[in-house]
Design a protein around this ligand. Structure first.
Ligand code: AMP
Length: 509
């Protein structure tokens, strides 16, 4: 018997999963599906994105829907338009052999009239973002009276985004429901409160450890002076020519600036941030998904709900203020059983944050060196040579040129040809990295390929000077103390009041 059949799913769904090539259920599917198929059990699933949670709730939901009852029987609420569309798309795929079940995705940033029209035709499953859903409820354009199943996907994200009241409102407006299925990557007190206030004896399932990261993610960090972050980022990109990655920044301005700079320098990158129109966002995401773009640079808000398979690297240009955001960032890689790297470019004074992150994701972080200019050039060089060796020459009529070419190259050796090809391709790299300085602000650590790299005297000198020349921080001397009635807390408050610095309480131990 097929493993999905054994979980109790109907034939049509099993057929669709087989067509998809899913052979075995993922751990969350294995544990959630039998519980959810009962239809009446409240459920809390602690699972990151990438664990197969969409199928974990989507398949039992489709199994339970009665096509003959043409009104909303299930409501899926999720934080973003992207996730909304993605869930809808996944459901369509799972419904390949299921007849007569209709879904409607409702989200902001697009015409509400069209959505209202589609809802009126009669749909079984509504997939919604909270804001648009409330709008539809207030316009009485959606009837939630007969909703049996409410799914809250990425509940922690929705609460982070300030949708708490909206979720309460939705739950209060689905009084005839039979169960709530809540999925969340983390379990902050606000999520716990939803379970406490609205659920009855929920069955709780955790995939991996609570609040822990995915074991397939290799968490790495490097330490550089704050003003060298951009240069370090470039080295990382150049050192990983096959990278397909997302770079996270804290601000829109940084995302925009870095994308512009890198584009000018010839990298395939675009920024995703809140100032883009929905159309622009869709275009960027489309290009990234199709791998026409190698790199995406995003703010946390803009990247919510992004689900792209095969991301090799997540790079934190800076660590996030909120440590839980780290889990969301790193969860964009190592999806569906693949491995991935989450690399943070840190300032040496941020290493205490690494300790907190290690505790949170329950995994050791690996310190790596920013690769030297020489290492980058070598890596690029061999990457190019590998490409040269694997180039497919079967499509062109190259044979016809051979006699002339052989004549042209008759006095030149293979080594010389290789050198010339290399010089054409690499002169700009070699020039750029000719006098590249060591960007590390720490003692020796293994390089990205695991080898130790020797350092020269200059770089050591530079490291010893970094405290003075690091312009990312300002040192203040204040000649007041407790005798003057000046305590640490007053002082911190004074600085926070007088500046627009945000309190980073999440990081304070
Ligand atoms: P999700 O966590 O729902 O975003 O799923 C992450 C990825 O895993 C998606 O690309 C799914 O298509 C894939 N996936 C889900 N379930 C399975 C499975 N049982 N076997 C293989 N791939 C799966």
């Amino acid at each position: 018997m097929n493993a999905f059949q054994a979980l109790g799913l109907n034939e049509q769904l099993v057929q669709a999963i087989t067509d998809l090539g899913f052979e075995n259920p993922t751990p969350i599917q294995e544990q959630a599906i039998p519980v959810l198929l009962s239809g009446t059990t409240d459920f809390v699933g602690l699972a990151q994105t990438g664990t197969g949670k969409t199928a974990a709730f989507g398949l039992p939901l489709l199994h339970l829907i009665d096509p003959a009852q043409r009104h909303p029987q299930a409501l899926i609420v999720c934080p973003t338009r992207e996730l909304c569309l993605q869930i809808t798309n996944d459901l369509m795929i799972f419904m390949k052999h299921t007849k007569g079940v209709y879904t409607e995705a409702v989200y902001g940033g697009t015409s509400i009239m069209m959505q209202i029209k589609n809802l009126r035709k009669g749909v079984h499953i509504v997939i919604a973002t909270p804001g648009r859903l409330i709008d539809l409820i207030e316009r009485k354009a959606i009837d939630l009276q007969k909703v049996k199943y409410v799914v809250l996907d990425e509940a922690d994200e929705m609460l982070n985004m300030g949708f708490r009241d909206d979720i309460d409102f939705v739950l209060k407006n689905t009084i005839n429901r039979e169960s709530i299925w809540l999925f969340s990557a983390t379990m902050p007190p606000e999520v716990r409160a939803i379970a406490k206030n609205f659920m009855e004896n929920p069955k709780e399932i955790t995939v991996g450890k609570k609040n822990s990261g995915n074991a397939n993610i290799d968490h790495q960090f490097m330490t550089v002076a704050a003003h060298q972050r951009y240069e370090a980022l470039k080295r990382v990109i150049d050192f990983n020519p096959g990278m397909y990655g997302i770079i996270f920044t804290r601000t829109k301005l940084d995302a925009q600036d870095i994308a512009e700079k890198l584009t000018r320098e010839g990298y395939e990158i675009e920024a995703l941030h809140g100032d883009l129109t929905q159309q622009q966002r869709d275009k960027v995401m489309g290009r990234f998904r199709q791998k026409h773009l190698q790199l995406l640079i995003a703010t946390d808000v803009a990247a919510r709900g992004i689900d792209v398979d095969g991301i090799t690297h997540v790079i934190n240009y800076e660590l996030p203020d909120d440590i839980e955001v780290y889990t969301h960032r790193s969860g964009r890689t190592a999806r569906a059983g693949k491995t991935g790297i989450c690399l943070s470019i840190c300032h040496s004074r941020e290493t205490f944050k690494i300790k907190q992150l290690e505790r949170m994701v329950n995994s050791q972080f690996h310190k790596i060196d920013v690769p030297s200019g020489k290492e980058v050039c070598r890596k690029q060089f061999f990457h190019f040579m590998d490409k040269l060796m694997s180039a497919d020459v079967s499509n062109g009529d190259y044979e016809t040129y051979m006699p002339d070419l052989q004549e042209k190259f008759k006095d030149i050796t293979k080594e010389e040809i290789l050198q010339r090809v290399a010089s054409l391709e690499f002169d700009h790299f070699l020039k750029y990295y000719e006098n590249a300085q060591d960007l590390n602000t720490n003692m020796r650590a293994p390089a990205m390929d695991g080898n130790f790299t020797p350092r020269d005297n200059d770089s050591r000198k530079e490291r010893s000077n970094f405290n003075q020349r690091d312009n990312g921080y300002t040192r203040l001397f204040i000649n007041l103390g407790t005798k003057d009635g000046f305590y640490k807390a007053n002082f911190l408050q004074f600085i926070l009041d007088e500046s627009n610095l945000k309190k980073r309480s999440a990081w304070q131990s």
